[in-house]
Design a protein around this ligand. Sequence first.
Ligand code: NAD
Length: 494
Amino acid sequence: MKLNQQQVFELAKQGKLWAGNLIDGVNISQPKLENRTPIDNSLIGYIADGEARDVDAAVKVARNTFKSGEWSALSPQKRKEVMLKWADLIAEHSEELAALDCIDAGKPITECINTDMPATVETFYWYAEAIDKLFGKIAPTSQQELGLIVSEPIGVVCAVLPWNFPAQMFAWKVAPALAIGNSVIVKPAELTSLSAYRMVELAYEAGVPKGALSLVCGLGEKVGEALGRHPDVDVVSFTGSTEVGRLFLKYSAESNLKEIVLECGGKSPQVVFEDANLDAAVPHIMAAAFWNMSENCSCGSRLIVHENIKQALLDKLAIAAKEWKVGDPRQADVSIGPMVEKAHFDKVKSFLDITKQEGGKIAIGGRVHHEIGSGWYIEPTIFDNVTSDMSLFKEEVFGPILAVTSFKTEEEAITLANKTQYGLAASFYSQDVHRAMRVARQISAGTVSVNGFSEGNITTPFGGFRQSGFGGKDNGLEAFEQYSQTKVIWFVHQ
Ligand code: NAD
């Protein structure tokens, strides 16, 4: 059955939304954790409280299915057919999935419908279409030998997901991992399991073998750790905080040295040079800083601006900020919903006080909207006078608070941009093509955008430098490398 957004919101009101474990297609429904929406902190349903034994069961099924060849040994064309069918079903259920992410994470419904779901659907189609166009290589040998360099699926892959783009992060990991023939176990964030549950159900409907795709919901410390430490898991592809990313390296080191791919945090710079076209830059600067309540790994949370144009830019940003309506994210005209949970709200809010104490000056915003729903709503806020030794310059906030720092020279701007432990994304604004070439090469980040805010698209690899992660990239053909291993098959002429 396909639901529209009103039906999803009605089920939420009745507390009837559910995400259970799906292991070999079986819905294991007990015990359960409460699921509350950050919109007003009301109970919208339950999710399964997965345990280590659920992980064991899921890994066993995944391994057996992989060995059986039921999915892994299908021709790429056959897997493509099933993946395309799944993509069709996800496209048909877009409104329902968008509403589930909206209610679960407090994301604006308009964003979920217009941005997250089209990107999610595109990801499934793109990897389905790519899978039968991948070729191996032949080594340059004498005629007495033949060296084949082939790429094989790695086996049992675990996708450990964050809560900020639930459906889209599911797609980024699961689509390439499954398309290439692996068995995949998904562990969604405990705050946002609803769309993942529905997408796995749709996968079964499309014909993905039940043993090739399982879902284990629940707490990171239970399910996540059990997956990270499991001796029969080949890869964990993780997106989340740098802190938990470190734990996965430890789990791997202390168990079977499984591969760990980390897509972690960021503190991305946006540099505005004196010759920038400010009017064209402003919508991009605002989107980079505040899109998805800034609960975005590539959030451009440090605005590094030439001192001569700082005030002019701040004046324009003040006008633009008025367009970013704070409110109930189920309303179509709202751009800023609540922070995802109380603990996260408290953390983000604390930066308002810390930054004032450390010498920052509020230039725009700064209000907390206690009167809306749960009260975890913070308006787009811009702090001026932020120096590179201040917490707001250094730490990932993951909430709508932008730091403004000024510079005098290009060299100083680049030094400030790179003064971070992270290196996920960066953007800069200039009309000088020579400067653009120079600066793009000197900024240390996985994605550098010139005169705009972008994460690239499905064709381009996404991932960070330094403590933003390593081990592989999401998106592009590069994503397949996370989930495959290279084998050499050497024929000797007798
Ligand atoms: P998180 O690290 O708290 O959680 C991510 C996942 O890890 C969840 O599924 C969670 O249940 C699990 N987990 C938590 N504790 C665990 C533990 N002790 N052992 C094993 N697993 C555990 O991250 P989050 O709060 O969900 O997401 C926000 C973070 O994700 C931010 O830092 C953001 O920058 C990052 N992020 C990065 C990217 C990227 O592509 N680089 C994309 C989105 C989000």
